[in-house]
Design a protein around this ligand. Sequence first.
Ligand code: NG6
Ligand code: CA
Length: 503
Amino acid sequence: MKHWLIACLLALASAGSSIAAQKPNIVLIYADDLGYGDVSANGSKTIKTPNMDRIAKEGLRFTAGYATSATCTPSRYSLMTGEYAWRQKGTGILPGDAALIIKPGRTTLPSVLQKAGYKTGAVGKWHLGLGDKEIDWNGDIKPGPNEVGYDYSYIMAATADRVPCVFVENHRVVGLDPKDPIEVNYTKNFPGEPTGKENPELLTKQKPSHGHDMSIVNGISRIGFMKGGKAALWKDEDMADIFTGKAVQFIEKNKAQPFFLYFGLHDPHVPRVPHPRFVGKSGMGARGDAIIQADWCVGEVLNTLEKLRLNENTLVILSSDNGPVIDDGYQDEAVKLLGEHKPWGPYRGNKYSKFEAGTRVPFLVRWTGKIKPGVSDAMISQVDLLASFAALTGQTLAEADAPDSLNMLPALLGESKQGRDYVLEHANAVALRQGNWKFIEPSKGPKVNKNTNAETGNDEVPQLYDLSKDVGERKNVAAENPEKVQEMQAALNKFKQAGRTRP
Ligand code: NG6
Ligand code: CA
């Protein structure tokens, strides 16, 4: 009897660690500018995202999952390195010809998994720079994703609205004709090349509302100048199909071994030019249609996992790099056709904002048979994925690795309701949420950006909100709570000065 009991206890004890031993595949779907309220599982009644909702229904829906920053490059930098981007210079929104901002050899999210025996792949939006000096787009483009942890990569260098408008597979531009070399310049145009500013008659698909008036590709003017590479230029309408095809291929090819797929969707970032089969589907114009397209991409990945019988063996995460923005530089009728839809959900703000909706994003996690379906209010940040995946795969991080990544595995798997005690939310300045208190330190600059109509969260006085009563950050209670303000400013200063927050 005693032996039987001991055997049972041993079996129970090892059950906890059997998760680590299993090394599930990991698929991280990372949308671009998708707001908390853009997902119907998060309460939106104005848009339908059945595939994203499926992850929520079969898994955990986090109500307090955060990107580290309210724009792309810094959020992706933190996701990759486990370090807040604001600790390092040069981690703001990068031009398309920027050098790689992650040092090869550094411990990264995919390199941790590589070490654990995973095959790793990056498909879709990159936006972390490429090369170490001026990039020759016609030769081997490196270092890039393949030098910082990915075995395979099929990416766009920066954003859909920045040149060069080509895909890069491993180190090479896809479909490049060597007789028609690509040149890229972010300061001056190439003689004789048309631009959106000088040749508006060539803008056959979408016109800018602000900025975005340089080189024209596929009837749309972009940020930056490029020349050549005609055969390699993308068609925006096909981008979702191409990326999804590569993501599915990567899963199929690696199904027999642990794999990690980072799938960076380009939707619903501007320019929003979905495939014709999605046009008109949302009734909300191009932005809504782009979300429907993003949801289709998610569905294709889920269907592939199901078809290959990988559901019980795969951790799927869906999140977004920052909050939503409506007019981000093109006349695509997103503002006019928004109607009752609230891309920010119940929160205040948007992309570029220190208010909650800047960084509080969709955060859905599924591991069939392991994660009990439900809703979690635990606070969790994307910066934590690195340390959490290290824990999942039974690895220890060196002291210098991932300085801001906390192991949130129990919260991530729904074994604990306890997440972080605090989150740092960055949009130029840094805001601090501790429990239900939200503190935004004084910062200069406009309260609302003229072009995007996006609220920045800037104010020259300290802002304090009690999210337990005021989730929409409407009533600044700083004046009534001077001690709280002082305490949170001091805590924020400490987080910044310490250079790291991982114990
Ligand atoms: C801004 C662009 C915006 C978008 C953003 C990056 C202008 C006027 N605005 O500078 O359109 O490209 O950068 O978005 O150029 S992100 O999601 O990659 O951070
Ligand atoms: Ca983004």
